[in-house]
Design a protein around this ligand. Structure first.
Ligand code: SF4
Ligand code: SF4
Ligand code: SF4
Length: 231
């Protein structure tokens, strides 16, 4: 088997602008009103006045175990040997929605034709275009860079073979990935310690002084993100 491709996401660099999901739709010439293959969700963190929203950009994870593939009655879904990308043969799809029930991430979408489509890592252009394509190549080898990666304003999303994504990641993110925090589906950077959102006045100093130490705060943030990412 070739090396598994995967996504990397850094919530510290994401500004929640939705350029990734819009560019995905444009690349694949999809109806503007259709469900996004890549979605940006805004998670709430903390309590007023120390409150913020953390944007999380997600698409199909191209899972190692691919629950969608296991439940598809006509075997329309394939976990590819050559690059680990999960593709859909729409000539086989019967629109039963079993894959949507099995997917923990809500990745499958259905258009007016009733057939399933989802992220194909930009193996081609258009719904179903990934099926039957040759192995994914890196841009320097002549492959197309995924549109969401190419158009991410903050360079928060990356895609590539597992070894390359691990090399891009911080030690903490790589370690978490190796320990199976995301079931080998995506590398996510821990949310960094952020500056307090309001001035540290005498009145508010108790609140600030009683805040958790950085390590604990990061752990809490990670748990929140991990919980969401694991569906
Ligand atoms: S994220 Fe969902 S659609 Fe994508 S491979 Fe995993 S189960 Fe299938
Ligand atoms: S909707 Fe299509 S791809 Fe999904 S499980 Fe049914 S036949 Fe398979
Ligand atoms: S890799 Fe391509 S198909 Fe997948 S979410 Fe990004 S732009 Fe969309």
């Amino acid at each position: 088997m070739g090396e598994q491709w995967m996504f990397y996401f850094d919530p510290n660099r994401c500004i929640g602008c939705h350029a990734c999901s819009i560019s995905c739709k444009q690349r694949h010439d999809r109806d503007p009103d259709a469900e996004d293959w890549r979605t940006v969700t805004h998670l709430s963190q903390g309590e007023y006045p120390d409150f913020e929203e953390v944007p999380v950009s997600m698409s199909c994870m191209h899972c190692h175990d691919a629950p969608c593939e296991k439940v598809c009655p006509p075997n329309a879904i394939e976990k590819r040997e050559e690059d680990g990308i999960v593709t859909v043969n729409r000539d086989r799809c019967i629109g039963c929605h079993y894959c949507a029930w099995a997917c923990p991430y809500g990745a499958p979408t259905y258009g007016d034709d009733g057939l399933m489509s989802k992220c194909n890592m930009c193996l081609g252009e258009g719904p179903g275009s990934g099926h039957g394509q040759p192995a994914k190549q890196k841009p320097e080898d002549g492959g197309a860079k995924p549109s969401c990666v190419d158009n991410c304003v903050g360079e928060a999303i990356k895609a590539g073979p597992v070894s390359e994504m691990k090399a891009e990641a911080s030690g903490a993110a790589a370690e978490r990935f190796e320990n199976g925090a995301y079931e080998s589906r995506v590398i996510v950077e821990p949310i960094a310690e952020r500056a307090p959102l309001h001035e540290d006045t005498d009145e508010s100093s108790d609140t600030v002084d009683n805040r958790d130490e950085p390590a604990t705060k990061t752990e809490q943030s990670d748990t929140q993100t991990a919980g969401w990412l694991n569906g």
